[in-house]
Design a protein around this ligand. Structure first.
Ligand SMILES: *Cc1c(COP(=O)(O)O)cnc(C)c1O
Length: 458
């Protein structure tokens, strides 16, 4: 008999989660003004809001906390993390930051000025925010295949080289401070970028003299997909693939809350000493002295250990198999989900799930509310609420895709929990014809409204 797949870890500490009744959930979500961010975590049975900072640290990471060195300058934890980053990514210089967006803030302060353009593949929202905040523009050069949820393509995160070259030709070199490639591409559904594409981007960028940076939150999951889907890499160890990936970049920003499996943290990696020195000044201003930059010594220790654990093949296989385990159950039942499955989440196509609901009634949010009522499962809307209003016309922006994202925290839930989530989604799907009314906005903030918006049933 072929031995079945099983998780590559066992459980040492547990945390209780709470079941609830349908009546309680109906009341709680009404009190939360139909905003999933307003729920208390105790009201949620299975929390798939995000995979960011929600992972379970290992015994070795918890042990590493105890040996953290909290010296202001020159701490051993800073050097331990330096060695880990150089070993895993190859970047000889780094700056610690408190999370990923802080890394963007520091790096962009050193590189981006008003009027610049930053091409890339569906920039993450905080990345785009930090670019636009400086009066610059993010230009999306993702391949068109990324926007068709059912289309088979192994690397839907890839950069379209023609689109990129058009941008490089159109703007003078002085107006393009960097190219930002996101691995995996979160905004297009956790879809990977191939190493072939990374090499081609780097080659093109070199021709035009533009540096390439990787937004690397899920770099290890990207490496796993390369191993699985790019034939030449089938027999290469993950860490070797990771080194080859980063060889195509001049630097990186990192949200360590994702693939480094810590609850808070980030960093910037550099190849160029002069840029590192320039960015150091901003790190000191915004984050803290360059030897800790917003992190405690103990947190740097846990992060150094997490970088090694996050790039182990067995761990990655367990993680990505679990995401696919949930995705397959939904797809087999005929529920419209983005395919192939991404590395960290399953994305339900809400417009195809609830085709009768008008787009003005916040289709993915309505689906998120129904899923919470059904089973106490919390996902997150990636749709019209998130897309916000046009800054000039103040009209709602209706994105091409209206998605409910179910993000799976790392090493937190078992496959029984995934079965429970699948059953909850299936029950909502079975009664989808009865969901004929959506939601309307009662109150919203001028920007980033999705976090605090108040809604009511129509
Ligand atoms: C999470 C994320 C960020 C921002 O990182 P934070 O740690 O949340 O500030 C940037 N880019 C990508 C691709 C991300 O997934």
């Amino acid at each position: 008999m072929k031995l079945p797949f099983a998780e590559s870890y066992k459980i040492k500490a547990v945390e209780q989660i709470h079941r609830s009744t349908r009546e309680e959930r109906i009341r709680w979500i009404e009190e939360a003004k139909y905003n999933l961010f307003n729920l208390r975590s105790e009201q949620v049975f299975i929390d798939l809001l995000t995979d960011s900072g929600t992972g379970a640290m290992s015994d070795k990471q918890w042990a590493a906390l105890m040996t953290g060195d909290e010296s202001y300058a020159g701490s051993s934890s800073y050097y331990k993390l330096k060695d880990a980053i150089e070993d895993i990514t190859g970047f000889p210089y780094y700056l610690p930051t408190h999370q990923g967006r802080a890394a963007e803030n520091v790096l962009f302060s050193a590189m981006i000025k008003k009027g610049d353009v930053v091409p890339g593949n569906s920039h993450f929202d905080t990345t785009k925010g930090h670019i636009e905040f400086r009066g610059a523009h993010a230009i999306d050069c993702t391949i068109d295949e990324a926007f068709h949820t059912e289309l088979e393509h192994p690397f839907k995160g890839n950069v379209d080289l023609d689109k990129l070259e058009t941008v490089l030709k159109k703007y003078p070199k002085g107006q393009i401070p960097l190219i930002m490639v996101t691995i995996t591409c979160n905004s297009s559904g956790g879809q990977p970028v191939s190493i072939e594409n990374m090499r081609a981007v780097k080659k093109l960028a070199d021709q035009y003299g533009i540096p390439v940076f990787f937004d690397s939150a899920r770099f290890a999951e990207n490496a796993y997909f390369i191993k699985m889907r790019e034939p030449a890499y089938k027999h290469k160890p993950i860490r070797e693939i990771v080194r080859e990936m980063f060889a195509c970049a001049d630097g990186m920003t990192m949200s360590s809350k994702k693939d480094a499996i810590v609850n808070m943290g980030g960093f910037i990696g550099f190849r160029d000493k002069a840029l590192y020195e320039k960015a150091s000044t901003f790190n000191i201003m915004f984050e803290g002295f360059i030897n800790y930059g917003g992190m405690s010594g103990r947190d740097m220790n846990a992060l150094a250990q997490g970088l090694y654990e996050g790039t182990e093949f067995d761990y990655l296989e367990t993680r990505i198999a679990q995401v696919a385990y949930l995705g397959k159950q939904l797809r087999d039942y005929g529920i419209p989900v983005q395919y192939p499955f991404g590395g960290h989440a399953i994305f339900i196509d809400a417009k195809r799930f609830l085709p009768g609901l008008p787009k003005e009634q916040f289709v993915a949010q309505t689906l998120g509310v129904e899923l919470f009522i059904e089973g106490g499962v919390r996902g997150v809307e990636i749709g019209t609420l998130l897309a916000d209003r046009d800054p000039d016309t103040r009209e709602n922006r209706y994105p091409q895709l209206e998605l409910l994202r179910l993000a799976i925290p790392r090493r937190v839930y078992t496959n029984n929990h995934m079965d429970y989530v699948a059953a909850s989604v299936i029950n909502v799907f079975d009664r989808r014809n009865k969901i004929t009314k959506g939601l309307k906005i009662l109150k919203e903030a001028p920007i980033l409204r999705h976090f605090t918006v108040e809604l009511a049933r129509i």
